[in-house]
Ligand binder design. Structure first.
Ligand code: PMT
Length: 390
């Protein structure tokens, strides 16, 4: 990532403790975070806490270094202020520069995101509302606040947005919207095929790969429909989410959403077979000697048959004869690309945060990628997709 520095401004609110989690998540996503605190923020969270997370001094003093109010701004791509108090918002709107954070706002080089946190009466005070409007006019984006119970015990609009929402907004603000106008259909997770009311056949898919693709595509400006089997993953915000259980339900959902899709990426581990009949009552031990199975329909093959102009991408989970099998699937299912993962490799495939993939295209071009986080793999797949389009 080229210049992945984020300036995280922290001001004096009870929500300041959440800045630690914001910093940690941004670092996990590959960003470098420089914290700048107001004096009031130091009453709620210590600089040491934030320094321990970012590995850099949390700056509190305008005079911490010569021209730091300019150089820090030049070195960063985003100014994120979370939490932002009424005092800071009002100060920024009229350009008062009496501490390091407000100076940085005046010299800032990239976009600014502000996550307000305050009592609901303060938030609705005309001075604060006027300042927010002024800042919005100059291009500042606000995340929240949301309604709920406030630290003071009152209820109302003033709670800082969720950490996940703030982090996602920051990453999205720094991501080029090269998939704007695309409508991407992603499948994820396993399917579960019932044997009786208690038991089922399934597989080890966690949904992490498919959810990462959905998240990356949203960040890059696409509209995303995510059709998912049962997983413990949280659907990303702004995704159009469809929850399914068995393969036949996934098939119905995929075919229903297909007409609008400009691209389909099937990362789901769809069951290849399902019990021929589902017992309505729980089978007793002595009844289970054989379970008769029937094949499920191949959803991706059906999508490939109705491909039209859309890009269709499949996955191949292999344990041997990898390239040969993946190429056969690409051809048989009429795909543009197949993403091969050898699930016997450490750090690849099911239920891990990383993957090792090989992408094969229709012309037989084979590109190997090293071990990467699934979100990085997702971006590589989307890069290849945009490459096909141009
Ligand atoms: O979910 P995670 O824990 O993150 O794990 C990720 C993953 C290993 C599930 C993922 O990277 C992956 O490999 N997904 C595809 C798994 C699979 O079913 O592979 P396959 O080789 O059996 O199927 C080939 C393709 O056909 C896949 O795109 C699959 O979605 C599709 N398929 C398969 C069977 C079927 N009945 N209908 C289908 O559409």
């Amino acid at each position: 990532m080229v210049n992945s520095n984020i300036l995280l401004g922290v001001t004096g609110s009870i929500a300041a403790f959440k800045a630690a989690e914001i910093a940690r998540r941004l670092i996990d996503e590959g960003f470098s975070v420089q914290v700048v605190m107001t004096k009031a923020a130091c009453n709620f969270i210590t600089p040491l806490t934030l320094e321990s997370i970012t590995g850099k001094p949390a700056l509190t003093d305008l005079f911490s270094g010569p021209y730091s109010h300019i150089s820090l701004s030049k070195e960063s791509r985003l100014l994120l202020i979370a939490p932002a108090t009424a005092n800071t918002i009002n100060k920024l709107s009229c350009g008062i520069a009496d501490d390091l954070l407000s100076n940085l706002w005046l010299t800032k080089a990239g976009p600014t995101l502000i996550a307000p946190a305050m009592n609901h009466r303060m938030y609705h005070h005309p001075s604060v509302q006027k300042s927010i409007k002024e800042l919005q006019k100059s291009g500042v984006k606000f995340i929240g606040p949301v309604s709920g119970s406030l630290a003071c015990g009152e209820e109302g609009e003033g709670r800082m947005s969720d950490v996940a929402t703030i982090v996602e907004a920051a990453i999205s603000a720094l991501t080029q919207k090269d998939l704007k106008g695309q409508n991407i259909l992603v499948t994820a997770g396993p399917t579960i095929e019932s044997i009786d009311p208690v038991r089922f056949i399934s597989n080890r898919s966690s949904g992490k790969m498919g959810y990462a693709i959905a998240k990356a595509a949203l960040r890059r400006g696409a509209k995303v429909t995510l059709i998912s089997g049962p997983t413990s993953q949280m659907p990303p915000e702004n995704v159009s989410f469809v929850s399914v259980e068995k393969a036949s339900e996934m098939e119905t959902a995929v075919l229903r959403h297909l007409p609008k899709a400009t691209a389909v990426i099937m990362a789901a581990a769809v069951a290849d077979f399902t019990p021929a009949a589902i017992d309505k009552l729980k089978l007793s031990k002595k009844d289970i000697s054989v379970i008769n199975l029937k094949k499920t329909s191949d959803i991706l093959k059906k999508v490939g048959a109705e491909k039209g102009k859309r890009v269709v991408i499949g996955f191949a989970a292999e344990t041997g004869k990898n390239i040969e099998n993946a190429k056969a699937k690409l051809k048989e299912k009429n795909l543009d690309l197949i993403v091969l993962n050898d699930i016997t490799q450490k750090g690849a495939g099911f239920n891990v945060d990383t993957n090792i993939v090989t992408i094969i295209d229709r012309k037989g071009k084979i590109t190997d990628y090293p071990l990467m986080k699934k979100i990085e793999v997702a971006n590589v797949i989307l890069d290849t997709l945009t490459g096909l389009k141009t």
